[in-house]
Write a protein that binds this ligand. Structure first.
Ligand SMILES: NC(=O)c1ccc[n+]([C@@H]2O[C@H](COP(=O)([O-])OP(=O)(O)OC[C@H]3O[C@@H](n4cnc5c(N)ncnc54)[C@H](OP(=O)(O)O)[C@@H]3O)[C@@H](O)[C@H]2O)c1
Length: 272
């Protein structure tokens, strides 16, 4: 029995993964905000004894830190961490801790969970972290002088930066925190029918829902390549996938430099 932790496991891809692993006999921790949705996977898979829902707003640094402690208490060790929590906002929103919310949820939370749960993976046979994000935004996506877009907030630029920041997180993690064993896998799931959580203008929401109904893959099918990566992690410390297809991507010296810069900036922002 493996211990799987899924942030954003109450809906969409994360929820489908939780159901799959519960049905396969694993122990699953799901993190999300909604207690109502959070109770469902354990019931649906008739596996409440192997299922834990941890309610948290992961856009808060303090909540990520609390959750890492709770995961340690409940599971002891972790085999796989899957990062799915997402909430797309086009307008600037600042959390009660003073962070720009997209930066906080789509990047800081993933940084905290990756680095905080890594020590719990020490005894796992084939430890793996799967981060679901669309990499390839390019180096210019980083707004280095103002990472939280205080001066000028442009939703599309904020989102592009979170994509690049996750790519740099992966590059930095493989160098700093991999402990030599943990495999870090970035996965672009491509187009999957999900709740597409976020605040969009009404017409945008209508288009997304219509396109989703017409052309997106059902989540239960889309998770199968991710399940495969969890069961058989790649040999390399860092790899990139688009659905089931491995991408030929090797970090350049400039990527490594940017990853180190972001790591230092993040530690400074977190007062670590
Ligand atoms: N679907 C696609 O086509 C697609 C394409 C490319 C990349 N991706 C990436 O794949 C991942 C999963 O996407 P999805 O479409 O399956 O997601 P989704 O259906 O929109 O679900 C988002 C999840 O995040 C949780 N969440 C949102 N805000 C949160 C917060 N503040 N604290 C804790 N949890 C929070 C939600 O739970 P609660 O409602 O309980 O808070 C929910 O479980 C995301 O990283 C997304 O960027 C998806």
């Amino acid at each position: 029995m493996r211990n799987i932790v899924i942030s954003g496991g109450t809906d969409g891809i994360g929820r489908a993964l939780a159901l799959h692993h519960l049905r396969a006999g694993d122990r699953v921790v799901v993190i999300g905000r909604s207690a109502e949705k959070g109770a469902q996977p354990g019931r649906e898979a008739a596996a409440s004894d192997r299922f834990h829902f941890l309610g948290a707003d992961l856009s808060l640094v303090s909540e990520n830190r609390r959750i890492i402690g709770e995961v340690a208490d409940r599971l002891g060790h972790v085999d796989a961490l899957v990062l799915c929590a997402a909430y797309l906002r086009m307008k600037r929103f600042v959390t009660s801790e003073g962070f720009e919310s997209s930066f906080a949820l789509a990047y800081l939370s993933r940084f905290l969970l990756s680095t905080g749960i890594a020590p719990l993976m020490r005894d796992a046979e084939a430890p793996v972290i799967v981060n679901l994000a669309v990499v390839g935004a390019g180096a210019s996506a980083m707004n280095w002088d103002d990472l939280q877009f205080t001066a000028k907030h442009v939703g599309t630029k904020v989102w592009a930066q979170t994509r690049r920041a996750n790519e740099l997180l992966a590059v930095g993690f493989a160098r700093e925190h991999g402990l030599g064993r943990i495999k870090y896998v970035m996965v672009n799931p491509v187009y999957v029918r999900s709740s597409f959580a976020g605040e969009f203008a009404k017409p945008v929401r209508i288009v997304i829902s219509a396109l989703g109904a017409l052309s997106a893959k059902p989540a239960a099918k889309a998770v199968l390549p991710i399940v495969d990566l969890i069961e058989h992690p790649p040999a390399q410390e860092l790899s990139f996938y688009k659905a089931a297809t491995r991408q030929d991507r090797t970090p350049t010296a400039a990527d490594v430099e940017d990853a180190e810069r972001l790591y230092r900036e993040t530690k400074r922002i977190l007062n670590d």
